[in-house]
Design a protein around this ligand. Structure first.
Ligand SMILES: Nc1ncnc2c1ncn2[C@@H]1O[C@H](COP(=O)(O)OP(=O)(O)OP(=O)(O)O)[C@@H](O)[C@H]1O
Length: 226
């Protein structure tokens, strides 16, 4: 069974617009792969990622997660999957500035009381990400690279099936861009998780991956796929 299946997805933001952002897009994402989605600015990459990640309902078409039509599930079931089985990483980090790093990593627990996040798993992941020594600091005291490491920890702490990353290195300098991309891919691959990453950067990911281009509202697999 495919892990995530986009089935004839169409997205139109207004009835007045002549062209849909996504036009009957279909693609099957398989477990354990790393997908890199490229495309011109405004081609709809963020829109697609939000639809795949259960945050934005398509105008028509379906997203199947583990064989179930995601947007036909109850609101409660959707939110449990988003919180436990999906992880999100954004360009702008999206940390809560008033909370410590440690509490930011625990955030998924506040949305789902049944979720168990142990202190030891936070510690282990913090060591892997090199943020153990800053667990008691707050985001405004951190560099961009540190903030994105914290956001990666928050996304991975539930051991999600799929990580959705929208331009995760977009706000970082060159040195951090490579470091964060390598770290993210290493962590995802070592857990046999699946990564769907949107980026503008050329050659960001060195690990074997599937490269896709969003063009004219559909996903095209690049011929040079590794
Ligand atoms: N909430 C919204 N309401 C109306 N139009 C929107 C909305 N979100 C996106 N759009 C439009 O949909 C199109 C695709 O936007 P999207 O942000 O998905 O592109 P993108 O490929 O991620 O762009 P970039 O690389 O610049 O981030 C754009 O024309 C944008 O203006």
């Amino acid at each position: 069974m495919d892990l995530l299946n986009a089935n004839f997805i169409t997205k139109k933001y207004s009835s007045a617009s002549t062209q849909a952002e996504l036009q009957s897009l279909s693609y099957k994402f398989k477990k354990g792969n790393i997908y890199v989605i490229k495309g011109k600015s405004g081609s709809g990459k963020s829109t697609l990622l939000n639809i795949l990640g259960g945050m934005d309902k398509p105008t028509s078409g379906s997203v199947y997660y583990k064989g179930r039509s995601f947007y036909e599930l109850s609101d409660k079931e959707q939110s449990i999957i988003r919180n436990k089985e999906f992880g999100f990483i954004f360009q702008s980090f999206n940390l809560i500035p008033e909370l410590t790093v440690q509490d930011n990593i625990h955030i998924p627990k506040y949305f789902n009381k049944d979720l168990q996040i142990s202190s030891s798993s936070v510690e282990d992941l913090s060591h892997e990400l090199g943020i153990y020594s800053i667990l008691h600091k707050k985001p405004p005291q951190l560099s961009g690279g540190e903030q994105q490491r914290v956001a990666i920890a928050r996304a991975l702490i539930t051991n999600p099936e799929i990580i959705f990353a929208d331009e995760p290195t977009g706000n970082l300098d060159l040195a951090n861009t490579t470091k964060i991309a390598d770290l993210l891919v290493y962590l995802v691959a070592s857990r046999n998780s699946t990564l769907i990453l949107v980026t503008h950067e050329q050659n960001l990911i060195k690990h074997p991956h599937i490269e896709l281009t969003l063009q004219d509202g559909v996903l095209k697999a690049d011929e040079a796929n590794v």
